[in-house]
Design a protein around this ligand. Sequence first.
Ligand SMILES: [Zn+2]
Ligand SMILES: [Zn+2]
Length: 137
Amino acid sequence: MRIGNPGSSEAIEMGCMCPPTANNYGQGNVFYVDQNCPIHGSKPATDKELDRIGKIRRMATQDYLSSREIGRQLGVSHTTVCNTLNRLNVVNKTKRAIKCAGCGKTVSKYRSEIKRRKKIFCGKPCYNRWQLLRIDK
Ligand SMILES: [Zn+2]
Ligand SMILES: [Zn+2]
């Protein structure tokens, strides 16, 4: 298997964690290697692990599957998927339909955002109205 230079797009595609900008996207003469990089680091991952990292990355960034769904399809734990995505700096962009806590309109929001906030609003007006009501009480 041909391995791209640290920070190059081919390497990143495979799970490289070396800094792309510092490595001039793999075009540099001197390379900065992240020791945790599964490809160029001190403990390189096996082909099997690299294959899994690549799949997880693709499923999250191209198929927009949730980490749970990825885990189910690959037969690995949800935690493994989350850890891999964190290490790759990949934000799970899966969107989910959820009702606005103000007007009840259905909006689609990133899962990460839904997790972070207790209530989801369709927009500023609904959020502001809820804030005012809450202060009134
Ligand atoms: Zn690397
Ligand atoms: Zn609303």
